[in-house]
Design a protein around this ligand. Structure first.
Ligand code: C5P
Length: 206
C-alpha cells in the first residue's frame, strides 16, 4: 500500500506521514529532504542555485546518508530547496529514487508536493494536507524557536507565502491537489485529530 501525502510547507504533512508510517509499519520518505540536500550540495560547492547542470549532477550523486544532515532542517534550506525544485532536470533526476522507494515490497509512505500527481499517480491512498497560511506560520515559528533558530513571525509568514507561490506557480510538477486525493484541512485540528482523520481515509481505501 502506497500512501501519498502532499501539501504546502508546515501543513502538518510530515508529522502525519511519520505517524502513518509507524502505525502501518511502512518505510517513510520525506521527499522535501531530497530537494533540500541538492540545495545544500550546491551551496557547499559555492555554486549558483539556478545552475541547472550543477543541480542535476548534485541530484544524480545524492546519497541516502546525506539526508541526515541537520543543516537540511534550517529555514534557509527550505527556501533554497524551493528554488532548485523548480528545475525540471532536478525533478527528473530525483524521480527514479522516489519511485524505487515507493516500490518497496509492502508499500511506503511518501510526503512532498507532487507525490499523488507525478511520483505515485497510482497510489492506493492520496491525502492533501493543508492549513491556513497564518496557522502554518505559527507552527513553523514555534518549531524554529524550539530549535533556537530565531526569526520573527512576520518573516516566517512571508517565507511561507513566497514558497507557496513558487511551488504552485512553477511549470514543473506544481503543487496541486490530485483529482482522487482527499483533502484534510488541519487549521483547527491538532496532530492527533489529523491522524484520526487520515486513518479513516486509509481504512476506507485499502
Ligand atoms: O517539504 P519541505 O518544506 O521540506 O520541501 C522543501 C521544498 O522542496 C518545497 O518548498 C518544494 O519547493 C520542494 N519540494 C518539491 N517536491 C517535493 C518535495 C519538496 O518541489 N515532492
Amino acid at each position: 500500500m502506497v500512501i501519498a501525502i502532499d501539501g504546502p510547507a508546515a501543513s502538518g504533512k510530515g508529522t502525519l506521514a511519520r505517524r502513518l508510517a509507524l502505525h502501518y509499519g511502512l518505510p517513510h520518505l520525506d521527499t522535501g529532504l531530497l530537494y533540500r540536500a541538492v540545495a545544500l550540495a550546491l551551496l557547499d560547492a559555492d555554486r549558483d542555485l539556478a545552475d541547472e547542470t550543477a543541480a542535476e549532477d548534485a541530484a544524480r550523486c545524492l546519497r541516502a546518508e546525506s539526508l541526515g544532515d541537520l543543516r537540511l532542517r534550517e529555514r534557509a534550506m527550505g527556501e533554497a530547496a524551493s528554488v532548485v525544485s523548480a528545475l525540471p532536470a532536478v525533478r527528473a533526476a530525483l524521480l527514479d529514487w522516489q519511485r524505487r522507494f515507493a516500490g518497496a515490497e509492502g508499500g511506503a509512505v511518501l510526503d512532498g508536493r507532487d507525490i499523488g500527481t507525478v511520483v505515485c499517480p497510482d497510489a492506493a491512498v492520496k491525502l492533501f494536507i493543508t492549513a491556513a497560511p497564518e496557522e502554518r506560520a505559527h507552527r513553523r515559528h514555534r518549531e524554529l524557536g524550539g530549535r533556537g533558530e530565531a526569526a520573527s513571525y512576520e518573516a516566517v509568514l512571508a517565507d511561507i507565502q513566497r514558497r507557496d507561490a513558487r511551488d504552485k506557480d512553477r511549470a514543473a510538477a506544481p503543487l496541486r491537489i490530485a483529482d482522487d486525493a482527499v483533502v484534510i484541512d488541519t487549521t483547527d485540528l491538532d496532530a492527533e485529530a489529523a491522524f484520526r482523520a487520515a486513518i479513516a481515509v486509509v481504512e476506507a481505501r485499502r
